[in-house]
Unconditional design. Structure first.
Length: 133
């Protein structure tokens, strides 16, 4: 299931309302869509994800690989998710206390995603609890 990608480069000073990809959206209006916007400001790089579902999507749960890398000296690590299906509003929690994920409750397109975390101890795959819609 191939994803279409559209790119637009814009420089905006102040507040502006822009209609992006109106023709492409009209052509694909009967399909499920995920919009991911990235932008930069003086404060850093930002992104927002919007999901438009026309039909119910099924998630098999069988297409997710998890890898955990942990540095005991720094009490931090990386959770690496490799998903083959869209995961909407993924909430990551653990059976352990004292674990803080750098980001959470996000939508992930198929691919590889690295989520940094802080933890007092080693985190295993069995400790993780993942929920998405």
């Amino acid at each position: 299931n191939k994803l279409n990608e559209y790119t637009c480069q814009r420089t905006v000073l102040g507040s502006e309302s822009v209609e992006l990809f109106s023709e492409e959206i009209l052509i694909n209006r009967s399909q499920n869509r995920v919009y991911v916007f990235h932008w930069q400001t003086e404060q850093g790089t930002w992104s927002r994800t919007f999901v438009h579902e026309v039909s119910n999507r099924t998630y098999s749960g069988q297409s997710l690989d998890i890898e955990i890398q942990y540095d005991a000296a720094k009490k931090s690590g990386e959770l690496i998710l490799k998903n083959k299906e869209l995961m909407i509003d993924l909430w990551i929690t653990t059976k352990k206390t004292g674990v803080h994920f750098e980001r959470n409750f996000e939508t992930y397109l198929p691919g590889e995603h690295v989520i940094k975390f802080q933890s007092e101890g080693l985190l295993t795959e069995e400790d993780l609890m993942l929920f998405n819609r």
